[in-house]
Structure formats: C-alpha cells, structure tokens
Design a protein around this ligand. Sequence first.
Ligand code: AKG
Length: 382
Amino acid sequence: MKLNPTVFNRQAFLTSYWQQRPVVLKQGFDDFVDPVAPEILAGLAMEEGVDARVVQCQQPDAPLGWKVTHGPFSDYEALGESHWTLLVQSVNEWLPDVGELLTAFNFLPEWRVDDVMVSFSCEDGGVGPHLDQYDVFIIQGQGRRRWRVGDREAINSFQPCADLTLIEQDFTAVIDEVLEPGDILYIPAGCPHDGIALEPSLNYSVGFRAPSQAELLLQVGDLALQHDVFTRRYQDPELSADNKHFVVDEAQLQQAKQLLTDAMSANTADDLLMRVFSQSKRPLVEPELPYTAEQVPELLRQQDAVVSRAPGARWLHCKVTDSFYSNGERFEMNSKVRAFALALAAIQQEQSASGIAELCDNAACADMFAELLNMGTFAVFL
Ligand code: AKG
C-alpha cells in the first residue's frame, strides 16, 4: 500500500504538519483496499492474548452513558446495530496485511512506531472526544466517518466510566470533515479529536509514541541498574557546619542535578537509549530449538528460504555508536557485519533469503544472525 505522492508530499508534511497541527489528506492512499474485513477483526478480538475492547457510547434519545468492555469476546449480538466501536490494538502484529500499512510511513523513525490499532464502528459509533499522547495517522477504510479535530489546548480530562478518558468540555474544531475510504487524518499528540461513524466504518490508527521525560528516565534508569552503569554517587558539596539539618540548599540540588546531567551526557546514555528504543512492545517468540552459528549459512541457502522480521521486532542502527540494536541487545559492527546488518534492516516484513545469503558467509555474521534468530527478531521459513 503506497501513499499517493501527489497528495502526500513527505517533506512538505514534515515541514508543515508533523507534531505541529492536524491535517486531512484526502485520498492520501489512492485505491485503498481494506487489509482486513470486519468479520476477521471481530474474530481476532475473540482470541486470547489480543488486546481488544468495545466502547459503547451515549445515545441522545436513550442515554446509556459510556461503557467499555474488554475482550476476548464471544459474540457481539447484544450490542445492537449502532453506537458502538470495537477497537483492537497491535493488529499489525497479528495480521501481516495490516502490518504492511506501516511501510507507507517508513519515512518516519521506526523506533517511534507504537502499533496499528484497527477499529470497526457501527453507525453513530465513536469513542468520544479525547486527547492522546501519540502522534497518529487515522486512515479511513470502508464507510464514512465524521471527524472533528482541534488545535492543542489545555483541556481537562475525566473518566465517564472505567478505562475511558474523555475531555471535559467541547473544543473548537479546526477540522470538521467526513472521511472517505483512502483519506488520512493526521493528529499530533495532544490535539482533541472526536470521530463519529456515519455508517459501518473501519479505521486504521497508525500510532507513533512520543515518550515523556519521566518515561525515558525510568527506562534508562532501569537499564542502568541492570548493566551496572551510572554508578557515580552523590557527593556532598562544600558543607558548612552552620547548615541547618532540615535545609536542602541550592548547592545540594545543583549537585544532584549535575549528577543526572553528567550521566545523560555520557556515551553510555546513547547506548542505553538505543536499548530502550529497540525494545519490542510485546515479548518476541523464540524458536523451540536454538540455532547455532554453524547452521546459519546452510539455512539461508536452502531453496525457497524466506527471512522474515517478527512483527513488532525492531532492528535499529545507531549512527553515533555504529552498532545495531534489537530488543535491548547491542550488536557490534565491522564492515562485513554492517553490510549484512543493513541488508537485514531492509526487510520490513519478509524477503527471499537468496538475496542476503552471500553477505552472511563469515563467522561474525553467522554468529549475529543465530543470536537474532534465537531472540525471535528474525525467523527463516523454508
Ligand atoms: C485514535 O486513534 O486516536 C482514535 O481516536 C481512533 C478511535 C477509533 O478508531 O474509533
């Protein structure tokens, strides 16, 4: 699935809209074909381990309030024909055709990808006016849905029921449009929005995470403890005997902040951040029997062998440390390993192994690939 270049100029989009303001790109995908049918989505939401929920919304004439029910679902009969939406998270990790939507957005950093959430809304279905801490592209599949979006503004949120957060007051819409199949609505994090289906609709939310300082500090701190780095301890600045025991003065605060600043400015911080960025959202599936490096060259040379990147697995190159990372692990490079690692990075879903087998004909590459297979980042299918 490709973006329509006449409508979606990537550079112009980055310059004028990305993380700045919402925009509708009419026919951002031309000839859009839904990569999933409502029945398949409904079936997926019946599976154990799939993160799915139904949001039932307010009906003006028969107020029901808001209600969120979590999957797995056994049937949808009781929901009726209107005023509800089924939302399934990370469908890209379950259905490769949905995962392919991500390739259209590979002009954006892969580590920022959160997931593709797919929703099916009945007539008048919606999840209510809300804000997200994600940058999101909402692609309209089948059906039509009216979307209102506002600019970023300070609005209080409230919970009308468990697991649903809405905004307290209405917002001024800078976009008020009916989306049709193939249209893309881009909404930066923090912009209020509300979509109400005019008829049974499918929507694909391609979400990009924007971690907060607190989240990054927590994750980097956790890894620092695991790797036994950032061990320098707080030292008392020049204490004076006149100091009152209950007073924390500016020098002490400054000393503590400097300790953190020094940690974050060290090269180790680049490495830890890369480990954080390369974490998969969900655990990767390891092979039943581990591979050895000796098995790798033959495996890749098997007729019709296909190398596949596990859905949701990241394989990232850090220009600063010149290392590759996956799921929190670092892989050192030399020129041969780098060439192979770059070939692997080009595999967004799957590719015939014949194209990369030759690049992997040395021990260092075979070692690395065996480790990646054993971590579940890549798999080879025969
Ligand atoms: C979002 O992705 O932020 C949405 O609001 C989509 C909700 C939906 O598809 O119903």
